[in-house]
Each structure stands twice: as C-alpha cells, then as structure tokens.
Design a protein around this ligand. Structure first.
Ligand SMILES: [Zn+2]
Ligand SMILES: [Zn+2]
Length: 134
C-alpha cells in the first residue's frame, strides 16, 4: 500500500487513487453537494453568486464545471478547441461535434480496413477470428 501525505490536511494516509485523504475527500464531496444543491434550487445563478452563497471558492466550482459535474447558466469556461465560452466540460458543442465526427471518420476508415468475415465456415470447431488493423 502506498502511503502519501494528504494534499489538503497533510495527514499521512494510505493512498488509493485520490490526492487527498478519505476524510478530506468526504469533505470535498460535501462541498460539491452543497454547490449541486444550490444549483438545483437556483439553476440560473451565475458562478460568482454560487460561490458567495455556498462559500465554496469560485476556483473549486470551476473545477466541477470542467469535470462536467455541474453546469451554470452563465458560461465561464473556455472551450479547449476554439476558446468560446461554455458552461460545462472542456469543449463547446461545435467542437464536441467536430471531435465526434473525427472519431466517426476514424472508426469508419478502420471498419473499411477490416476484411469482411468469411461467408462460409468450415465444418470444424468454430473459431472466431478477430482481425484488426491499425
Ligand atoms: Zn486530508
Ligand atoms: Zn469550441
């Protein structure tokens, strides 16, 4: 087991995946749910108001937004693709579509490279071949 110092309270704890100890993690989750609750009641509140009302720092809320966990009515994040203002996640809708269609193109060109499965199977035991070209 890996021991680590909690990034928040500096306590030594057995690290699983988080940078902070389980106690701080719980605390963080609580903060998040406060923000989440507030937004549920005030879906139109801008970021600054949310931060003020919940006592959670705007920076933290920005992180939640980046992670796509919450959404605010007034966009405060910049799209990684084109820099336009977005309200949640990393990409604006246009860039998301672009990325999606890129994936679609890649996927279909990959499919084109895969030879069609043999129409006839021999009498022997069935062996499924997975041919995949990169
Ligand atoms: Zn801690
Ligand atoms: Zn964009």
């Amino acid at each position: 087991m890996e021991m680590a110092n909690c990034r928040k309270c500096r306590k030594i704890y057995a690290r699983i995946r988080s940078q902070i100890c389980p106690e701080c993690e719980k605390e963080e989750e609580q903060l998040f749910s406060v923000v989440q609750d507030y937004l549920r009641d005030n879906p139109k509140a801008p970021l600054t108001q949310v931060a003020e009302a919940t006592g959670v720092s705007a920076k933290k809320i920005m992180n939640y937004l980046r992670e796509g966990r919450i959404e605010v009515a007034v966009p405060v994040l910049q799209c990684d693709g084109c820099g336009t203002l977005i309200s949640t996640g990393k990409l604006c809708e246009d860039c998301q579509k672009k990325v999606a269609s890129n994936w679609e193109n890649m996927a279909s060109s990959m499919r084109a490279n895969i030879p069609a499965p043999e129409a006839q199977t021999s009498d022997g035991p069935k062996v499924t071949m997975h041919t995949r070209k990169k």
